[in-house]
Write a protein that binds this ligand. Structure first.
Ligand SMILES: NC(=O)c1ccc[n+]([C@@H]2O[C@H](COP(=O)([O-])OP(=O)(O)OC[C@H]3O[C@@H](n4cnc5c(N)ncnc54)[C@H](O)[C@@H]3O)[C@@H](O)[C@H]2O)c1
Length: 336
């Protein structure tokens, strides 16, 4: 039985991934500090569901606690590590940058040190489409330079990519970085648009629509994303002996390290997304048109051809199906 360590296991994506790995016969060790960035009750509910499986155990501590991950790696020797724990959110990072420094920079450093001492077969870590920052060439490709992050959140994630690259190079640690594109689905995050819009529409309240609705996002359904992660676990990067990297691959010439977009490869207008919520709730949204928010970008769009060539998989749940699954879950969970 392979052992997977999943950081952020009580989070939105960590919950779905842990569940998938348990189904696939992994023993899963989760770590999550149940931070109060959003409703802790939601995290506890996800965690309680995972705890019904005897092959799951969880530690409710912070990853940046000095030496904590080192001890855990020494005791458990995980074969695979999927690092999802982070302070997420673009807007929150403007007022609360220190939390990002602690969870994302110090936390990732602690994880890399533990992986250096007790190397897993593969370490995979969450970065974000926000790492593309001010890039305007679409769709975003992993092989194009991304140097102009627009928020401190994005900056910490881009820094994580570089930190992991240096450890991959120095210690031969195989690392895959994911750039996730706006993940949504049941059990989703209360700070994200789908949750906020659904809640407001069902309560008869208006919704704030930024950049006057002229926003596009490559929305990725959570089960599709987790399927892609599962396949990437077995696509372990290998440092190219001659330093020559195949065309279109983001593999490092000097390390077993690559970065992979996980997105639907379909950029959808925010107005279309809102229409899908209206259809699923059966109600009309009252819109407050607002200016662009600081730190945000008007559009994201993933080129998912590297993911396809590595795994044969391309996410494909339609917005209508995915939004409906969320709204059905929301109504059931909150009894509305
Ligand atoms: N959801 C998205 O659209 C999206 C997009 C791009 C990148 N990401 C990245 O994917 C990862 C997972 O995101 P998510 O949407 O599931 O977010 P989430 O907030 O639901 O999950 C993160 C989990 O990590 C835990 N955590 C936070 N700081 C911690 C710390 N210092 N120590 C231990 N646990 C800690 C939180 O309690 C939470 O349960 C994050 O790294 C995030 O930045 C998410």
């Amino acid at each position: 039985m392979r052992t997977a360590l999943v950081t952020g296991s009580s989070g939105f994506i960590g919950f779905f991934l842990s569940r998938r790995l348990l189904e696939d016969g992994f023993r899963v060790i989760g770590i999550d500090n149940l931070s109060d960035y959003y409703d802790v009750g939601l995290k506890q509910r996800r965690q309680a569901m995972l705890q019904q499986n005897a092959h799951f155990q969880v530690i409710n501590e912070s990853i940046e606690t000095p030496g904590l991950l080192m001890k855990l790696f020494e005791a458990e020797r995980p074969d695979v590590v999927v690092h999802l724990a982070a302070q997420a959110g673009v807007r929150y990072s403007i007022e609360n940058p220190r939390t990002y420094l602690e969870s994302n920079i110090v936390g990732t450093f602690e994880l890399l040190e533990a992986a250096r001492a007790f190397p897993p077969q593969h370490t995979l870590m969450a970065s974000t489409s926000s790492a593309y920052g001010a890039n305007t060439e679409m769709p975003y490709r992993e092989t194009v330079k991304a140097d102009h992050q627009m928020s401190f959140y994005a900056a910490t994630k881009k820094a994580n990519e570089s930190m992991a690259h240096s450890y991959a190079h120095l210690f031969g640690l195989p690392v895959t970085m994911f750039r996730f594109f706006t993940v949504y689905g049941p059990w989703g995050r209360p700070d994200m648009a789908l949750f906020k819009f659904t809640k407001a529409i069902l309560n008869g309240e208006s919704i704030d629509v930024y950049n006057h609705g002229d926003m596009k996002r490559d929305f990725t359904y959570v089960e599709d994303l987790v399927h892609a992660i599962r396949l990437l676990i077995d696509a372990v990067p290998v440092r190219p002996e001659d330093g020559v990297v195949p065309d279109g691959d983001s593999l490092s010439p000097v390390a077993p390290w690559r970065v992979v977009n996980i997105g639907n490869s379909n950029s959808v207008q925010l107005t279309e997304y809102i229409s899908a919520i209206e259809a699923a709730t059966g109600r009309k949204a009252e819109r407050n048109l607002m200016p662009m928010q600081a730190g945000d970008v008007p559009a994201t769009w993933a080129d998912a051809s590297l993911l396809k060539s590595l795994t044969g998989y391309a996410p494909q749940t339609s917005i209508e199906q995915g939004v409906k699954a969320f709204v059905d879950w929301y109504r059931d969970y909150y009894k509305t």
